[in-house]
Design a protein around this ligand. Sequence first.
Ligand code: SAJ
Length: 418
Amino acid sequence: IDLAVIGLGYVGMPLAKEAVAAGLRVVGLEVDPTKVEALNAGQSYIDDLTDADLDHMLANGFSATLDESVLARSNTIVICVPTPLDEDHRPDLSAVEGATRVVARNLTKGTLVVLESTTWPGTTDEVVRPTLEKDSGLVAGEDFHLAFSPERIDPGNPKFGLRNTPKVVGGYTATCRDRAKAFYGQFIEQVVPVSGTREAEMAKLLENTYRHVNIALVNEMAIFCDELGIDLWESIEAAATKPFGFQKFLPGPGVGGHCIPVDPSYLSYTVRKLGYPFRFVELAQEINERMPSYVVNRVQRLLNRHRKAVNGARVVMLGVTYKPDIADERETPALPVARALLELGAELTFADPYVKEWSVDGTPVPREEDLGEAVINADVTLLMQQHAAFDLDMVEAKARLVLDTRGVLAEGERVERL
Ligand code: SAJ
């Protein structure tokens, strides 16, 4: 077997797909039997992987399995398991540690092991390597090779996929790095080697923390521009005319997903280990985490200006996923917004083409089936995600009041933007 992929999610499966397309013999290792069953039956649960893709993979020797012994017959093993935060907002490496132990007890000489999961700098060297060496009796850099290569899969991105997104690679030794570079070079157009695993781990955290802090910048500006009566949305478009040195970010109701709210915490965990707080990033996190309550405050003020209270008001929330046009609700800001509105006594409903049923702390929120009726009947429409399926011209024309948190509607006496 040329490649064993551990973790068959939105990162592992595109990797398996491209490796199969390059003619490699690929096997997928999972802990979840339902995933194994679905994949081997040609049923994809991955947004960007069609059943046809999967059939092609299966026809070319791919299979998913629960049987870890396949690792002993694989000359490359890539770990693509989740690295979330635990309830104390601290890095949770349990999936990485579990996968590493499975690799270690099946590790054979000459194998290349690559970690792709986003994690704090030093994880590959200080967490993965010792376990691999201790449990297998083999020496990294000599008996087997070890590298880190961050995943840059952007679900739903029509332009960039695994093949045409440059792949950063760092090795425990130069030989490790070169082996990983050769491996990825078989099916990825550009491989970017760096001098060590920490540089590769840090590159990923920098990419996403950069995004996080820039979103916080415009979110904080949205708050004081509202007080100053300045249309920040216009100022952002104007600033974006600068052809160099400015990247456009937009205010929003809060930062969701499993990368942007999470990765900065892996970075600050590392910095705090040095004994001092990582103020800049932690302040940005505070700002982004405060946006849901700011949205509720704006709904309250909008209703009050029309002599209504939130208590007893009918509020329809358009879009409960974490970003437009995908069905992912992880860390969605819609949840804290809905929780606060319900606590204030709002009568809440939602509309979202990607979400069939939705509840807040166990309380089901009724789903609107007719968007036109919903915005006419609601005292206020809260636009959270601008799904392409929403007829925004109709919303703008018919809604009694709108708070537009995405700056996609024209301001008017009934429409306010964040
Ligand atoms: N958001 C804003 N304002 C912005 C941009 C995003 O409020 O200007 C919010 C979104 O609404 C969402 C959250 O931030 O709730 C995250 O949005 P995102 O566009 O960063 O989407 P993600 O979470 O899918 O991020 C992924 C990341 N890709 C990888 O980690 C491989 C990120 O690095 C990409 O830059 C991003 O996709 C992308 O560009 O689409």
